[in-house]
Design a protein around this ligand. Structure first.
Ligand SMILES: Cc1ncc(COP(=O)(O)O)c(C=O)c1O
Length: 414
């Protein structure tokens, strides 16, 4: 029986897509120690350097002293420490939303909130580039979902029309298809006619692998005009962009859910969604990721609480981050590299083959830089890349050293 696992790993070796865990420790100044070697870290999502901020550590310690090290149970049992609702109120105010709900992780939020919120018969359009956790949420839902071409709203509209028509003409066929695909979660009443089925658009605001952004104004306009609900994953936008630094949907009115994480720019761990009070109450009753999972521990809640006090005041860091990213991107483009549609702190260097991505990754690591090679299945075949993620703590000197190395690798190769 073990042969099949060994074979799967061997296939990855042959495809140059095998991954392995390595032991790391933060080393300050945007650096990291990996297997004992100090490297400039261009692989972290700690975009504001908050994971090392003393205010977060102090509030974590304060919360541990007050509440202990664990929350002890799921939020619906006795794990709903009073800090949760205070933080959720702070979060909803910062986002300009009616309500917020904290969940144990971003993966869990996407995979279980979508599974619970998308009703059978609802038609759901998801951007081609959405994160794995969103796809798993769609797969678990009983909705009628499809993917549209990346950021292509014309394709989205066309496919919506087609699916809605099919649902009206052949509702039974759709139900059968849904059963055949083994979709299991069906919480929201199916007693909704196909004509009045909910329509959702699901996207990220800042895309995690390309560093480009969704067309937020067009999406908000289209959703308002046509009565669509939106689910917007702000994992890589939270802390970095928008009103109060709280993402592209902060202060925007729309029907649906925005989701964000605390494990990236906010420096600790966990996730949240912002939504209506009604949706919050519904999810408290139907979202498996909240119901069947231990609540976040006090140390993490303390760090989240402190980050939410600091992040709105970090405009200077956000400006420095954006300027550094622009400098790096334009320099890479001048050397002839493809940086996809990046306009943010995430900058891909698209190299095509796994071999090239691994080769540049190793060259950079040998010379003091940690930049991960991202290969299929994380990105589509033929688009293997290095994914640079910058932080406000990186210096121009570090960026220049990196650019010199990439230039010399490029010149040697050509
Ligand atoms: C776009 C996006 N959504 C969700 C997640 C999952 O968040 P978490 O790391 O909190 O599980 C990630 C993680 O990398 C992500 O990139």
């Amino acid at each position: 029986m073990l042969d099949q696992y060994a074979q799967a790993l061997q296939d990855r070796v042959e495809n140059q897509t095998l991954r392995a865990l390595r032991s790391c420790a933060p080393a300050g100044n945007g650096e990291i120690e990996i297997n004992g070697k100090r490297l400039v870290n261009f692989s972290s999502n700690d975009y504001l350097g908050l994971s090392q901020h003393p205010a977060l550590a102090e509030r974590s310690i304060e919360f541990v002293k007050k509440y202990g090290t664990g929350s002890g149970a799921s939020r619906l049992l006795s794990g709903n420490l009073d800090a949760f609702e205070k933080i959720e109120k702070k979060l909803a105010d910062l986002k300009g939303a009616e309500a917020a709900l904290i969940l144990p992780s971003g993966f869990q939020a996407n995979s279980t909130v979508l599974a619970a919120a998308l009703a059978q018969n609802s038609i759901v359009a998801a951007d081609k580039y959405v994160h794995r956790s969103i796809i798993e949420g769609l797969q678990l839902s009983s909705s009628n979902w499809f993917r549209y071409k990346h950021n292509d709203l014309a394709d989205l509209e066309q496919q919506f029309e087609r699916r809605a028509q099919a649902l009206i003409e052949k509702p039974d066929e759709n139900k059968a298809k849904s059963k055949k695909k083994g979709r299991r979660i069906q919480n929201v009443s199916a007693k909704v006619s196909a004509e009045s089925a909910a329509k959702w658009i699901v996207t990220e605001s800042v895309f995690s692998m390309d560093g480009d952004t969704c067309k937020i104004d067009d999406l908000l306009f289209s959703a308002a005009m046509r009565g669509f609900a939106l689910f917007i994953d702000e994992a890589h936008a939270t802390g970095v962009t928008g009103e109060n630094g709280m993402g592209m949907t902060a202060g925007k009115e729309f029907s649906g859910i925005s989701m964000g994480t605390f494990g990236k720019a906010l420096g600790s761990f966990g996730a949240y969604i912002c939504c209506s009070k009604l949706m919050r109450e519904y999810l408290v009753n139907f979202c498996s990721g909240l119901i069947y999972s231990t609540a976040l521990p006090p140390a993490v809640l303390g760090a989240i609480d402190a980050a939410l006090d600091i992040v709105p005041e970090m405009d200077e860091e956000r400006l420095a981050l954006a300027a550094n990213a622009e400098y790096m991107r334009s320099s890479l483009k001048k050397m002839g590299f493809d940086t996809a549609g990046s306009t943010t702190q995430i900058i891909p260097i698209i190299l095509g083959t796994e071999e090239s991505a691994l080769n540049l990754c190793k060259y950079l690591e040998d010379n003091g830089f940690c930049v991960p090679a991202i290969r299929p299945p994380t990105v589509p075949s033929g688009s293997s890349r290095l994914r640079v993620s910058l932080s406000a703590v990186h210096t121009l000197d570090q960026i220049d050293q990196f650019l010199n190395l990439v230039r010399s690798w490029h010149e040697k190769k050509n």
